[in-house]
Design a protein around this ligand. Structure first.
Ligand code: HEM
Length: 139
């Protein structure tokens, strides 16, 4: 099941990036099914990772997968609403460092490669996520 969290106001703005327009990106990611597989792959790798796994293991994987799928799907313009928390609230107190962010990006790349996402589309998506390090990495 999914753990409950403190109340917050849901908004697509919480996703932390302006979505792509048109359907090129959703096609490149093989639709919502492909997005689900990419998130599943990334989350599985992250929980099992020797470097960053420890940051994840005490947190609810069910909610994380659901909200990550919504966030990726929203940003890729694949027809979803993001119902999760904003990136600053989601990551405060986790103690995420820049190297952890870099590691998660590597795992996302691994998951996208496994789904055979076009390389240019991978990089276009990563460039939407990169500025979020300001909110994700603790200071
Ligand atoms: C651009 C990079 C990142 C994005 C887009 C992202 C996205 C998200 C989203 C959507 C959530 C769920 C929000 C919610 O529950 O309402 C979340 C939570 C979480 N993220 Fe990230 N994240 C990023 C980077 C990281 C990094 C680098 C780490 C650690 C290495 C991390 C660890 C976590 C953990 C442990 C949670 C669960 C927090 C909780 O249960 O309270 N995230 N993230």
């Amino acid at each position: 099941g999914e753990a409950t969290v403190d109340p917050y106001v849901a908004s697509n703005a919480n996703a932390g990036a302006t979505p792509f327009t048109g359907d090129a990106m959703v096609k490149a990611f093989h639709g919502q099914d492909g997005i689900n597989r990419v998130v599943d792959g990334m989350v599985t790798l992250a929980y099992a990772d020797p470097v960053i796994g420890e940051i994840f293991t005490s947190h609810d994987k069910v909610r994380l997968k659901r909200t990550l799928v919504e966030q990726f799907c929203y940003i890729l313009n694949a027809g979803c609403v993001y119902s999760g928390r904003d990136m600053a609230s989601s990551h405060k107190d986790l103690g995420v460092q820049r190297k952890d962010m870099n590691r998660l990006v590597e795992l996302l790349q691994q998951a996208m490669r496994a789904e055979k996402i076009d390389f240019q589309a991978q990089n276009r998506f990563l460039s939407k996520l990169a500025p979020m390090h300001h909110d994700v990495v603790g200071r």
